[in-house]
Write a protein that binds this ligand. Sequence first.
Ligand SMILES: [Fe+2]
Ligand SMILES: [Fe+2]
Length: 312
Amino acid sequence: MSSPDAILRQKVQEGSLIESVDEMTDEYKRELRHIVTVSGDTELLSAPAYYYAARKAPSVNAMISAMAIIQDEMGHAHIAYRILEDLGVDREWLMYDREPHEFRYPYAFDIPLDSWVELCVANALYDQAGYTLLGDVFNNTSYGPWKRALVKVSKEETFHLLHGQRWMKRIVESGDHGRQLVQEAVDWMFPLTVEWFGLPDKLKTHSGQLDYKMKGLSNDELRQVWMGEVVPFCESLGLKVPAHRNADDTAYELEYHLPIQFDAIDKRWLWDEHITWEQVVKRWKGRGPRNEAMIEEIQRSRGDFRWMFKDL
Ligand SMILES: [Fe+2]
Ligand SMILES: [Fe+2]
């Protein structure tokens, strides 16, 4: 006789949607909690990461566009955390009681975005990664409430990445100095976004998220979808990226051998310094330079406002 997990896996692979906790097995719930936590934390941490650079906006209207994006990201985090609440996770704990290293978001956000140029390249590259991942979840996920919530999220992510693309074009076309600044940002952010999609498929023997159809595409497939958007876009602006179509014209291939060493302080890849995936995972888990400051910026709101309600 098949186990409840095996029955559920078959049901979702055949296209059924799960609508409530009552229909889940413990394993399904655990896998769903994990993927939605990564999604919610990524949305939440993009807000302080973008805010850090938004303060360098070249005009009030540019600043307001950046703030609109940050507001969207907070809304996206709220959606994910609300879903987690339905799965029995305490929202107060999610926001305020975790240690900085316990938040699960791409390492890229731990590297400071120091300028308006870097914010715009982040919108074009990072938000394209977010759009790729969430688009896959929207198309394939077996959890009905998440699928429906992503209609709004995907529309807003389109605005974010177009914001990045329009500004990149504008800055590149402003002259050699602008082009150089954009190229320098692409040079360190492109490989970080390649990493965003996780370990290569050949190192992942099994994915509960795919078995339970929380998403539909593997890490390598998602990386290809992302490169399929970003590489032609960058090339259309005359920017160099370390990837091209392979000889059969069937996929993109990187012009460097993963994984390589990254200098997080100088924001520079050491192209010839090859490391192991274990070392990369250690770097991801150890978090990067902005991790603690960003969590502190988020969590201090609880501490700061408690005194207001003390006597009520
Ligand atoms: Fe978002
Ligand atoms: Fe976004």
